[in-house]
Design a protein around this ligand. Structure first.
Ligand code: RAM
Length: 961
């Protein structure tokens, strides 16, 4: 052990001198010789995947001075469980692990390896913090220390800032576009300063009312896109922190910022609110803090020492309408560019400054920034009426990068659409008023390379015109740059069905397309808003596909800030639509904190949101009349074949929906109170939930389990059963009525945003997973695979947005709307078989359904404890399952006995037995449990369940010959 200590202590200096990469290499080297057998006293590998709060790895400019810590036990190290841990936290790397000056948790007897609260000395803005952790395993053996992790706090309070908001002194008049909305000409702002001494470190703290890119001495700071992102700006604006130590030069320096309108000041949101935006002009706010090697400091802030111009090359840039770049306006002289020292600013204007408003909190960004995440090459191109239309093969969100020949004076026009008409021309009807056009004007002949900075589009096709016609267009001219929030992708799903795999791909692209700083309904038309109902439907699925924990937690902060005085929660957050509150949408205030907790095990998300959640219950209660809710709702939005006057609003009774969501929110608030140890609250909300269920059942269902209020709809039954609102006997009685609804629809769904996510889980819960499977594999309208069969590469707002036969529907809607992707959750949990049995997957359920529709399926998930995998394959006489269970968890594996087929019923299941001979890792399991890692075995009606320790399991089921 001590050998290891000394080796790690030396890392302190190394860390400063060589950085983390060198240390990783060194660690690998040390471990390699440690394990060569020459030194038997060396401790086993330490924890890995060190993170703080919602998944941050060594963050800079971190937002939380009371963080929590998570780690994983190293896989394949022999460590099965954690019985204790020790965390050491220090202000300098050299102090670890032996002299932690900030906190030493000492040995704590606990299995907890996620979200362990910091309990050390108070931390302050700008502070650097280093930490390590080790654990004790199931036999009480200490591991080695982990690699060193670190974080540095950002500027946590408004008091930390000396800067002022700046903007160009006399704005070019803001023009109004066709929609009477403002168009602000983007600004370039700059200052110069001299740095006479040697720089030890430099940090740039920066934000904007609008969107910005910063430059030091001609170099771009960071690689983030559309910063600072989108929050309720009147209350809180997020700030970014960058390490710019390497960008400062000894002597003269230039500091430049480009600024455009973005979400803050541009045309964004529904028309009736645009006028309110007229008074808002983009502004930027920055503080560059330089520390010299002699310890002295130099701070450069946005103030009246800056100059600005609106005569730069970015002539206009708006989120909906696109960007226009004119190279004739490039701000480059013979000697320097605008963001380099010595640039001639004779024609520039001064700036107007304004003080930071005390009511607007500047706080470090709470989740990951948007980045250029992926590129897509064009796969084909076509000439249509003098224009060239490129196909990227995938509906996506971001911008296009061009590299193509132009002649001086030409203006290239680029238009973006999600589809093409039969003649190959661009289809743009579903974009509403969003222009989605970019322009580039060339100032010389030659190849132009360009990508816009302050806009984004939703598109699969790019139409271009206005290039040098001496050249034939080539595929390489246009590349799609996919932009979304920079989280890790954590879940995969694949099966033997190409259609199902395409559905999975569409669900994933729905996430990539609509997780651009906030969760949006759609990314292309003149909307792109944070609709709460869509988020409510998709949150669980998204938490599997990507590490969206921080993303959601950050958005929930905006929800809290937007909650109305009367406790209502708006339907769109940040709120661009006014005082609208509705059941099934605003309930996201309760369901999403719960979903995050359940998927991650992070209780903090419940604690932070608990006041909002209980206030939301109060709002619900204000809408009750004798226990039945009158809360407004748009209903089961976009249910197909609805005969309601406004057909978008679905046929399910609105008071049933609102009352069901009242009960659902009560249930989740009660459970949250329990998790948070609020005993009285728990009892209180439990009791309210019991009452609400009883009232619901009495009012809406008769004694035969038949709906007695409003239209008979699938969604009415799905809400009642899915939210557990009927007693057990009545639930069973509803089954024929619910199935009759599916029969009446010819085995199709008749559900909108609220009912669709519940179909498969509810049928499964009722023991009719066979019906759920048949629905999932249905290929005719309306169904998930219908749009797949029509060529969809993303999820659509309407099942028949486009058909090969009739083209785009009259109201095609968005072709990139994630809500119906909510079925993903069931694919991962039941077709592949991975779900949490306790919060954060500490107990895992592996329970795949084996179906005739498939010969194999598999999923993996990077859980808070490490990789979980479940896969199965079947052939004539054999079923094989492969399962990986990460350390510090345990799993219940439900090995199915039957094959579920197109015409399976409970009665003929026996005809479809999968096999009787059960082997785990090559050992037959009969009555007694004998395979390594298997703790318990129990036989149920349709599954044999084994309880297993962390490890890898191959399970086979064969028929007795
Ligand atoms: C539409 C949005 C969204 C939906 C609301 C009710 O405009 O696209 O998906 O939640 O309406």
């Amino acid at each position: 052990m001590f050998v290891v200590y000394t080796r790690f202590t030396r890392y302190g200096n190394l860390f400063r001198q060589c950085g983390p990469v060198a240390i990783i290499l060194l660690c690998a080297g040390l471990l390699a010789c440690s394990y060569s057998g020459e030194n038997a006293t060396v401790a086993s590998p330490g924890p890995v995947e060190l993170k703080i709060n919602q998944g941050f790895v060594n963050p800079l400019g971190f937002y939380d001075a009371t963080p929590n810590f998570s780690w994983q036990l190293p896989p394949h190290s022999g460590a099965v469980n954690q019985t204790g841990y020790q965390l050491v936290v220090a202000s300098k790397p050299g102090l670890l692990p032996e002299q932690p000056d900030l906190w030493d948790s000492k040995r704590v007897t606990s299995a907890q390896s996620t979200f362990v609260d910091y309990e050390g000395k108070p931390l302050a803005s700008r502070q650097k913090v280093y930490w390590q952790v080790r654990f004790w395993d199931q036999q009480g053996r200490a591991s080695g220390w982990s690699d060193m992790a670190r974080f540095e706090l950002g500027l946590l309070s408004n008091q930390d800032w000396q800067a002022r908001w700046i903007e160009i002194d006399s704005q070019q008049p803001v023009t109004l576009n066709n929609f009477d909305t403002p168009v602000h000409v983007p600004q370039h702002l700059r200052t110069e300063f001299s740095a006479e001494k040697t720089v030890r470190q430099a940090r740039l703290y920066v934000t904007a009312k609008g969107v910005f890119e910063a430059f030091l001495n001609g170099k771009r700071v960071g690689e983030d896109v559309l910063t600072p992102g989108y929050t309720p700006y009147k209350k809180r604006i997020e700030t970014l922190t960058y390490d710019v130590s390497e960008l400062i030069e000894q002597g003269e320096n230039a500091f430049g910022i480009q600024l455009a309108e973005g979400w803050y000041a541009g045309r964004f949101g529904p028309k009736r609110h645009w006028y309110k935006k007229l008074g808002l002009t983009p502004k930027v706010f920055a503080q560059l803090e330089i520390e010299y090697t002699d310890g002295s400091k130099h701070v450069v802030v946005t103030d009246d020492n800056w100059q600005a111009t609106q005569n730069g090359p970015v002539r206009t840039s708006g989120l909906y309408d696109g960007e226009a770049y004119d190279a004739n306006h490039e701000l480059t002289s013979d000697t320097a560019s605008w963001h380099q020292a010595g640039y001639d600013t004779r024609n520039w204007l001064g700036v107007k400054t304004s003080a930071l408003e005390p009511e607007v909190l500047l706080q470090p960004k709470r989740h990951f920034t948007v980045k250029n995440k992926q590129t897509l090459p064009a796969i084909s191109l076509k000439q249509v009426a003098g224009k060239t239309v490129f196909d990227l093969g995938q509906n996506m969100v971001g911008v296009a990068r061009i590299k193509l020949p132009m002649l001086k004076g030409q203006t290239l026009e680029m238009r973006f659409g999600e589809g093409v008409n039969p003649d190959g021309s661009l289809y743009t009807k579903n974009l509403g008023s969003a222009g989605q056009r970019d322009y580039y004007t060339a100032n010389k002949d030659g190849v132009v390379e360009w990508q816009p900075q302050f806009t984004f589009h939703g598109f699969r096709y790019v139409e271009i015109s206005g290039f040098d016609s001496n050249f034939e267009p080539e595929l390489s001219w246009v590349t799609g740059v996919v932009q979304f929030t920079d989280f890790a992708m954590t879940g995969t799903f694949a099966s033997s069905s190409p259609q199902l795999n395409q559905l999975q791909s569409n669900i994933e692209w729905g996430l990539k397309g609509n997780f651009l700083d906030i969760p949006t309904d759609c990314p292309q038309r003149s909307e792109r808003l944070g609709w709460t109902g869509d988020a409510l439907a998709f949150a669980n699925t998204s938490l599997f596909i990507a590490d969206s924990h921080a993303f959601w937690a950050a958005w929930l902060k905006s929800l809290r800030e937007e909650q109305f005085e009367n406790h209502g929660v708006p339907v769109v957050v940040p709120n661009e639509v006014g005082d609208i509150v509705q059941a099934g949408w605003s309930d996201a205030a309760v369901t999403i904190p719960w979903d995050i907790y359940w998927r991650t095990g992070d209780k903090n998300v419940l604690a932070e949101n608990y006041p909002m959640m209980t206030r939301w219950i109060k709002y619900h209660q204000s809408q009750l009349d004798k226990g039945i809710s009158n809360m407004w709702t748009v209903g089961d939005w976009l249910q197909p074949y609805s005969r309601r006057e406004d057909s978008r609003r679905g046929e399910t009774d609105h008071s049933l929906i609102s009352t069901a969501f009242y009960a659902r929110s009560l249930d989740l608030v009660a459970r949250s109170a329990k998790v948070l140890g609020k005993q009285q609250d728990w009892e209180h909300y439990e009791q309210l939930f019991t009452q609400a269920r009883q009232t619901f059942q009495r009012h809406f269902f008769d004694e035969q389990g038949r709906l007695q209020v409003g239209e008979q709809t699938q969604t009415a039954y799905l809400l009642a059963i899915g939210f557990d609102l009927l007693d057990e006997a009545t639930t069973q009685k509803t089954v024929p009525h619910l199935l009759a609804q599916f029969d009446a629809a010819g085995g199709h769904l008749r559900t909108g945003f609220l009912g669709t996510p519940l179909i498969a889980p509810v049928l499964d819960k009722l023991g009719r997973a066979d019906v759920a499977l048949d629905l999932v594999f249905k290929q005719t309208y309306p169904s998930w695979l219908y749009s797949v069969s029509q060529g969809a590469t993303t999820m659509w707002e309407r099942w028949d947005g486009y058909t090969r036969e009739n083209g785009y529907a009259n109201k095609a809607g968005s072709l990139n709307h994630y809500a119906y992707g909510a079925v993903g959750q069931w694919l991962y949990e039941r077709i592949a078989g991975i779900s949490p049995l306790s919060a954060g997957y500490q107990t895992i359920r592996i329970a795949p359904l084996i179906t005739e529709h498939l010969t194999s399926a598999q999923a993996s998930y990077q859980s808070p404890y490490g990789l979980i995998h479940s896969g199965w394959k079947r052939n004539a006489g054999e079923l094989t399952m492969e399962v990986v269970v990460p350390p510090n968890t345990h799993a219940l594996i439900e090995i199915p006995k039957y094959l579920l087929g197109a015409d399976s019923t409970l009665d003929n299941k026996s005809l479809r037995t999968l096999g009787d001979n059960l082997q785990v890792n090559g050992i037959f399991l009969s009555e007694e449990v004998s395979a390594k890692g298997v703790k318990n075995m129990s036989a149920g009606l349709s599954t044999t369940t084994i309880e297993v320790e962390p490890g890898q399991y191959q399970i086979t089921l064969t028929r007795k010959s």
